[in-house]
Write a protein that binds this ligand. Sequence first.
Ligand code: FAD
Ligand code: DHB
Length: 404
Amino acid sequence: MIGVTDREDTMTNTIRTKVGIIGGGPSGLLLSQLLDLKGIDNVVLEKHTRDYVLSRIRAGVLEHGFAELMREAQCGDRMDAEGEIHEGFEINDHGTMHRVDLAGHTGGNSVVVYGQTELTRDLYDVREKMGGKVIHEALDVAIHGANTDSPALTYRQGDETFRVECDFIIGADGFHGVSRKSIPRDVLNEFEKIYPFGWLGVLSRTKPVNPELIYSKTDRGFALCSLRSQTLSRYYIQVPLTESVEDWSDDDFWAELRARLPDDVAARLETGPSIEKSIAPLRSFVAEPMRWGNLFLAGDAAHIVPPTGARGLNSAASDIYYLYHGMVDHYLNGDGAGLEAYSAKALARVWKAQRFSWWMTTMLHHFPDQSDYDRKLQEIELAYLLSSEAAMTSLAENYVGLPF
Ligand code: FAD
Ligand code: DHB
């Protein structure tokens, strides 16, 4: 039996808490930590082991508002010590590099380069230190009575079945989780766009090719040079959806990446064995509304963006910001307005991130079936951006993160 929360019935394996959170990814853990700091009892159910969650290599760029939320969660020390502040990035337009001055176009704002893996590790560590209830290998999680005043979750661990009774359920269980699927089809509206390519990503223990990120547009397709630290590089190349990781040896990857960089940058590219290699298909997706009764969706459970522009994790963080404040108002101030407004408020920002990610993706990738007219428009979109202070300001304000 697990030791848990407000009240516990050992005979029936029933746990009572205020907020039942499905998913121990960044969204679920961050909300759990913020609520706990305000004395709002909660339980996180995660279907995988901690090691498995930490083995997934994902996002790397945090908006300054997200970094601030990590500090508020008392979880920003390592991020501040080891993360890198980036005040700009580069765009390679067919061999010519152009710098996007984020700080200059936003009154001094910047982003923090710090990996999702490290951020998640920090959240696990702080939850553990505070005695937070994060239950791993919680299988067959099911939602009951989401649209009633007595919602509950059930799950299985080994042969035992547990029931979590709560006031609210948070679906922070990613795109493939159970939460969104528990909402009736006639309640949910889903919007989706699939792109005809994916990103092949490689992590390597090599010095990054450039101090700042490079988003690279070439006739061979898109590439991104990113980093996790001064000894750990993260690179991506656009690949057709028909390709698989096995089709790409490390040597092939490095050769193709080099071919998508300006000659002088390619010449200084340090290569080495990949320590992770994966392909992510590109997809835009939004589910509306983000609340059904006492079930609230957050993060990838409700919306996905193509990675160009690094909005995915950051959009998850803005959902958590709204949910956290809504919960605090509800429990500490007796004010339900924040939770009432959650879906509309979160979606307003989510759709702006959708627009930005779609725009960056469309401008920088090679589209196999593009008409000549569309190609001309794509070229002029980038040319306009690079020639206009107003367009650069728009890019910069979106990249550093719109206000919550
Ligand atoms: P997740 O991280 O998916 O976490 C959900 C958790 O719920 C997981 O731990 C999962 O195991 C658990 N879970 C699922 N189902 C259940 C269940 N039934 N019961 C219990 N637990 C369950 N974003 C960026 O901003 N920048 C990037 O560079 C970037 N790169 C990415 C690269 C890849 C390959 C991928 C897949 C995503 C990338 N993203 C990026 C997106 C970003 O990683 C996600 O937006 C972010 O992980 C969302 O966090 P989350 O907590 O909402 O969901
Ligand atoms: C990374 C991924 C992105 O999609 C992006 O726009 C910037 C950085 C990364 O994984 O480092």
